[in-house]
Design a protein around this ligand. Structure first.
Ligand code: ZN
Length: 356
């Protein structure tokens, strides 16, 4: 049965060249792949019926807490825990992004999560990169460190990221580093040393911040060298205070870009609804941002659905969505020839649509 309450992507949005910057591989598996991998590995699922399993994810997503939201990941990570599965999941994620009209994509994953399942982190990373390379879409991988883990573990993830980074010899490689996981009570400053090392090595940072914790965490992440912020929605509260103008200036001076994931934010309680999402006030204030998916399986969404929801429910126009793609391209961590080619496609599309 079709869900009439959800916005449907129209053909125009599907044809718009889009930029995917924030998508977790372990949150975006195809449901059919998850079921097949669990069957093969003998893992228990709440149900093997695809429709019922989708509802199970929806139920977890709508519980209104980041902690509950994160539960589905125990299942997906266990299902992905061998090199063949990792290669496949990465390849399918890239192909799905391409089918949605993306012109480049940066995926992310914490390779150390696979270690307890017996997969060596270097092998996990190599398998995901091989999967991305098999796709025709221009892709890169962001390594996540888990912020609630010990600084030594995050330092280990940083070493991994540097060992597999993109280079003239390695066309598809690691392009950035992120801190993910439960935010409140786990400040990024715990990992300042590893982050400084990455920055000095020239690997760009995007940090989850201002999602489950206050807007000040966004400024903290910027001070730690983050060029992009995952979510950052609570920044909107800060902009309404006396500190607002200073905060805005700091962000603009550092050319910081926010990766906003509207549906995920509503699900975890970081926003009340799409209509009342802080993306509106952040956009009106002139903050560089784009709409992103976060987790296509766990959040039951796609990039086209996110864009459509912003137009249908939050009053955004085509020109806004186009400007968001341009800002996302400027913020991409992929090599310049790739972002330039993507930019050319976007400009050509905009001209055909009469948006330029
Ligand atoms: Zn995320």
């Amino acid at each position: 049965m079709m869900d009439m309450s959800s916005p449907r992507p129209d053909p125009e949005l599907a044809s718009m060249p889009k930029v995917l910057l924030h998508d977790h591989l372990d949150g975006s598996l195809r449901i059919s792949t998850l079921i097949e991998l669990c069957r093969r590995r003998g893992l228990a699922l709440p149900t093997r019926d695809p429709g019922a399993l989708k509802q199970w994810f929806e139920g977890n997503a709508m519980a209104g807490s980041l902690e509950r939201y994160l539960q589905g990941f125990a299942l997906t990570v266990a299902a992905m825990a061998d090199v063949q599965a990792l290669e496949r999941v990465a390849f399918e994620a890239a192909e799905d992004a391409r089918a949605q009209g993306c012109v480049l994509a940066e995926f992310r994953m914490a390779p150390l999560l696979l270690q307890p399942h017996g997969v060596a982190p270097d092998d996990a990373l190599a398998a995901m990169l091989a999967g991305l390379e098999r796709s025709e879409l221009a892709c890169g991988l962001i390594v996540c460190g888990m912020r609630h883990e010990a600084p030594e573990r995050v330092a280990q993830a940083a070493d991994l990221a540097l060992r597999h980074r993109v280079s003239p010899q390695r066309a598809v490689g690691v392009v950035g580093f992120d801190l993910a996981g439960p935010e409140r009570g786990w400040p990024a400053t715990r990992h300042a040393k590893a982050l400084a090392r990455l920055r000095e090595a020239g690997l760009p940072l995007t940090l989850h911040a201002g999602e489950a914790d206050e807007g000040q965490r966004v400024l903290e992440a910027v001070a730690l060298g983050a060029q992009r912020i995952g979510h950052g929605v609570r920044l909107a509260d800060l902009l309404n205070t006396d500190e607002g103008p200073q905060a805005l200036q700091t962000l603009q001076a550092a050319r910081v870009h926010l990766e906003i994931c509207p549906t995920s934010n509503v699900q975890t309680g970081a926003a009340v609804s799409i209509a009342d999402h802080p993306i509106r006030s952040l956009w009106d204030a002139g903050v560089s941002l784009s709409f992103q998916t976060d987790n296509q399986l766990v959040s039951c969404t796609t990039l086209n659905r996110e864009g459509q929801a912003l137009m249908d429910e939050a009053g955004f126009q085509w020109a806004d969505l186009l400007a968001m793609q341009e800002q996302a391209l400027q913020a991409s961590f992929l090599p310049a020839p790739i972002t330039q080619a993507a930019s050319n496609k976007l400009q050509a599309w905009a001209e055909v649509q009469g948006l330029r």
